[in-house]
Design a protein around this ligand. Sequence first.
Ligand code: HEM
Length: 441
Amino acid sequence: MSTSTPEKSAWSALREIPSNVWSSIFRNPLPSTDLERASTSFTNFFLHIHPVKVHKNTLRPAYTLGLGLISTFLFFILVATGVLLMFYYVPSTTQAYDRMLDLRGTVAFGIFLRNMHRWSAHGMVAMVFLHMCRVFLTGAYKKPREFNWVLGVLLLLVTMFLSFTGYLLPWDQLAFWAITVGSAIAGYAPVIGKDLQFILLGDSTVGQEALLRFYVLHVAVLPVVLVFLMAIHFWRIRKDGGLSRPEKPQSEPRPLGSERHASQSPSAPPQTIVATMTLEPAKKRVYGLQGFVRGPFTKVGNVPDESVYAWPNLLLAELFVFVLTVSVILLVSLAFNAPLEEPVNVMHPPNPAKAPWYFLGLQEMVSYSAFWGGIGIPGLMVAMLIVVPYIDRGKAGVGRWFARERLMANTIFLTLVVLNVIFIIIGTFFRGPNWSFVSPF
Ligand code: HEM
């Protein structure tokens, strides 16, 4: 026996450290076969949120416009920059504004960090709203996605509230008066309005109590609620059979299990059936099946496979959207500074004092009727959004933008969206002192 063997094995063990460390973390090599592609999605902690395969329609940029993903990535940026900002921020009326000045003047990259956080927050409100519009205009809220739509409505409300609570934190004139106006809108609710406003502010006016409450809601309560809702939202996408897509033309073979048993009524819920079936058009093959489950998933059989592996197709698409989102936020943060006005002066309200832009439509309506503008109409809108998938039950036109079959639903929805946008534009650009009409030109 040679004496060099132990030395050799010690040396080779040393040399293999990098590859051993790598393979102890990543159990699969870079996949080159379909089995390995499937296994990669399956066994990786970060990737297993994806299905092994997705329908081709999911990857069509023109279908989703990537808006749900962009919203998700903006939230990630918000969490990352928000945690860093927390190292400097103090939720105290005597210190908050000075900390903002420190971020601007003395903290390395402080101003940039604040810009990224602020622009991502505005971007997220806009993107979540646009994502909701895409889901509506493609009819993707219909069965079986009704509940995911309802979760989405909650996500939109939480996103807006998250942004609203963050607005107060710099404790400058803009923050103070925007929140004063915004929280006054809550006070217009009948019976409980004043109590609601008091619970929100912890006092009858915006002050230290309100700052602390908004801070806790902003950095702890609402992000946790949002993460929880997002997790269910993503889980439901999987359980609802992936993203919506156009129905197959009748001439194409239908997925196994999509036929109904003669004894079943058309509205009967999915169930397991036991049968021996001869499949069309592959007439010669006879399958003895113990049973299969009905549902939205493509079953094994004579169906043309329109799905692709999530690795690398979906992951590359996601990576692209991620890089794009981060790049745009970086560029915007380089070009524009987040506003910081004078420190709070409760004796000198700006005229007009305006709510954050996404509530300016409400503020504009409030100028006509406090109750209807602030509570009645927005309450009705939210209620309508929540019930729409349970009222609009037709299946036609799902999975296509502006489908002719959905002309009426889309027209009503777009009219309301356009009205909202018009009110926001009027509130932002055409309102001056005492909320009188001014020309921005
Ligand atoms: C924080 C907010 C939200 C996040 C992060 C989010 C994220 C996502 C993502 C990543 C997808 C899949 C890809 C895509 O469609 O772009 C998706 C799909 C979906 N979202 Fe959202 N979403 C949010 C808010 C909403 C809202 C406000 C609604 C509606 C009121 C909504 C309803 C839906 C529905 C129904 C689907 C399935 C669409 C389909 O099957 O085609 N989501 N969401």
